[in-house]
Design a protein around this ligand. Structure first.
Ligand code: FAD
Length: 455
C-alpha cells in the first residue's frame, strides 16, 4: 500500500474547493488545499458577493427616486461616491477572505499558497515543492472569455468591473448572458450611461422567452440602451486626449464609451495545470470530463465546479463538492440531481427562475398548461415608477406538476428560492391553488393564477 502525504489534495480555494477541503477534513481525513490568489474564488472576490453588494448600491437610486411619492423630501440631490463603495466592498471581501482562512484552519486543512500543477495521478507541485495524495480534486473554476476582435486589449472583463478607476460615465457592455445584463443594470443604476450590445435577437439565452422579452423591456425603461443583433468589429482608443474608446459595429455604426466590458462567456480554468502530464482528459468545451461522480479519466483525480460542470453556479459547485466528500470519506456514493435548480439574475428588476422554460417543458412533457400574470406591484402605486412584475407557471398537463416557475420583479430570487422547495417536492398546480397567499405581496400571485393562457 503506497503512503501519501495527504488523503485529499484540493487545487483551488473557491466555492467548490473550500467546501470539499473543509468537509473532508472534518471527517478526520488529512487534507491540503492550494490557492494561488485570495481564498473564496470567483464568488467571493469577483462574482456573486461583490456583484450583489453593487446591486444593492444601485437599488438606492431607485429608492431615492421613489421616496418623493411616499412623502419624503430629500434635502438635496443624492450624490454617489464610487470610491467609498469600492473601499467598503474591499473591506467586506477582505473580511470574507479571512473567514475562509479560519474555516480551513479550524477544520485542520493544510493551506498551501501558490500555483499548483499536477505532476502525476497522485502528485501536485506548488512552488517547486511536491505533495502526494491518495485523491486529488481539481476545483480551479473558470475565467472570462473575450473573442479575438481588433482592439481586444482595450476592453475589460467582469473581473475588472469592481475596481474601475474612474467610474465610467459611459459604459458599453457586450454580451447578453446574465453577467452582462447584471453589470448593465447595476452601472445604469449607479449613474452610468449604459449601452448593451448583444449579437442575438434576445438577451439571456436559455431563459424562458417571455422572461427574456419582459426583462429587456424593463431594462430599457430603466435607461439601459439595449441593442440586439449587433456584432462588434473593433475597439479603438481615441487620440483626442479624453482617453475614450470607439466601438465599431460590424454594420459600421460607431459608439463612444469610457469603458467597454466584454461579458461574452467564461471558459474552464484548465491551462497550466499539468492536466496532460497526469493524463486527465478534457471534453469538447475544454472542461475536465467527469462521470456522474465527478471522477475524471484518471481514477484518483476528481473535478467539481466551473472547471467541469455545465451549471456554473456557486451552490452547484458546493453540492458537487459534497458528493465527492461523501463518496471518498463519508456516507457513500450518490448522485446530484440537476433538475429544478433555482437561479436568479440580479438585474433591476431581478429574475428568479426554477425548472423548465415553456419551450423546454413542451419538448420534454408534451402538453403543458401555461399561467402568467403581469402587473404593477403595490409599491409602485405611489412610487411614480412604471416598473412592472411578470410571473409565469408551466404545468405538465399529464401529472399537474408545476415544472417551470419564472418571475421578473423585485426580490424575485428571494421569492423563487421558497417555491423551488415545493417544486422539488413535486408540487402540483392543485397544491399551488390550495395554498393560501400572503397578502399583500407580489409572491401571492403564484398561488392565485387560475386561468391558463389559451393554446
Ligand atoms: C461576475 C460573476 C457573477 C456571478 N454571480 C453568481 C451568482 O450570483 N450566483 C451564483 O451562484 N454564481 C455566480 N457566479 C458563478 C460563481 O462565481 C461560480 O460558479 C463559482 O465561483 C464556481 O466555483 P468554483 O469552486 O468552481 O471556482 P472558483 O470559485 O472560481 O474558484 C477557483 C479557484 O481556484 C484558484 N486556482 C485556479 N487555478 C489554480 C492553480 N493552478 N493553483 C491554485 N489555485 C488555482 C483560483 O484562484 C480560484 O480562487 C458568478 C460569476 C461571475 C464571474
Amino acid at each position: 500500500m503506497p503512503t501519501f502525504d495527504f488523503d485529499l489534495f484540493v487545487i483551488g480555494g473557491g466555492s467548490g474547493g473550500v467546501r470539499a477541503a473543509r468537509m473532508a477534513a472534518q471527517t478526520g481525513a488529512r487534507v491540503a488545499l492550494a490557492e494561488a490568489a485570495e481564498l473564496g474564488g470567483t464568488c467571493v472576490n469577483v462574482g456573486c458577493i461583490p456583484k450583489k453588494l453593487y446591486s444593492y448600491a444601485a437599488g438606492y437610486a431607485e429608492s431615492f427616486e421613489e421616496a418623493a411619492g411616499y412623502g419624503w423630501k430629500l434635502p438635496e440631490a443624492p450624490q454617489f461616491d464610487w470610491a467609498h463603495l469600492k473601499a467598503q466592498r474591499a473591506k467586506e471581501i477582505a473580511r470574507l477572505n479571512g473567514i475562509y482562512a479560519s474555516l480551513l484552519k479550524n477544520a485542520g486543512v493544510t493551506l498551501v499558497t501558490g500555483w499548483a500543477q499536477l505532476v502525476d495521478p497522485h502528485t501536485v507541485e506548488v512552488d517547486g515543492k511536491r505533495h502526494t495524495a491518495r485523491h486529488l480534486l481539481v476545483a480551479t473554476g473558470g475565467t472570462p472569455f473575450v473573442p479575438d476582435i481588433q482592439g481586444r486589449e482595450h476592453v475589460v472583463t467582469s473581473d475588472a468591473m469592481f475596481d474601475l478607476d474612474p467610474f465610467p460615465k459611459r459604459l458599453l457592455v457586450v454580451g447578453g448572458g446574465y453577467i452582462a445584463c447584471e453589470f448593465a443594470s447595476i452601472f445604469n443604476g449607479l449613474g452610468a450611461k449604459v449601452t448593451q450590445l448583444h449579437r442575438r435577437a434576445h438577451l439571456l439565452t436559455g431563459f424562458d422567452d417571455d422572461v427574456r422579452q419582459f426583462l429587456a423591456n424593463e431594462m430599457g425603461k430603466a435607461g439601459v440602451d439595449v441593442r440586439l443583433n449587433c456584432d462588434v468589429a473593433s475597439v479603438t482608443r481615441g487620440t483626442g486626449g479624453t482617453g475614450g474608446l470607439t466601438v465599431t459595429l460590424a454594420r459600421g455604426q460607431q459608439i463612444e464609451a469610457d469603458t467597454v466590458l466584454f461579458a461574452t462567456g467564461r471558459v474552464p480554468n484548465t491551462q497550466g495545470l499539468g492536466l496532460e502530464a497526469a493524463g486527465v482528459a478534457l471534453d469538447e468545451r475544454g472542461a475536465i470530463a467527469v462521470d456522474a461522480h465527478y471522477r475524471s479519466s484518471v481514477p484518483s483525480i476528481y473535478a467539481v465546479g466551473d472547471v467541469s460542470t455545465r451549471v456554473q453556479l456557486t451552490p452547484v459547485a458546493l453540492a458537487e463538492a459534497m458528493v465527492v466528500v461523501d463518496e471518498l470519506f463519508g456516507k457513500g456514493k450518490r448522485r446530484l440531481d440537476y433538475e429544478f435548480i433555482p437561479t436568479a439574475v440580479f438585474t433591476h428588476p431581478n429574475i428568479g427562475t426554477c425548472g423548465y422554460t415553456e419551450l423546454d417543458a413542451r419538448a420534454k412533457f408534451g402538453e403543458v398548461a401555461v399561467f402568467s400574470s403581469e402587473f404593477k406591484s403595490l409599491r409602485h402605486a405611489l412610487s411614480g415608477r412604471s416598473e412592472r412584475t411578470f410571473m409565469k407557471l408551466v404545468v405538465d398537463k399529464a401529472t399537474d406538476r408545476v415544472v417551470g416557475l419564472h418571475m421578473v420583479g423585485a426580490n424575485a430570487g428571494e421569492v423563487v428560492q421558497g417555491f423551488a422547495v415545493a417544486m422539488r417536492a413535486g408540487a402540483t398546480k392543485a397544491i399551488f391553488d390550495s395554498t393560501v397567499g400572503i397578502h399583500p405581496t407580489a409572491a401571492e400571485e403564484f398561488v392565485t393564477m387560475r386561468e391558463p393562457m389559451p393554446g
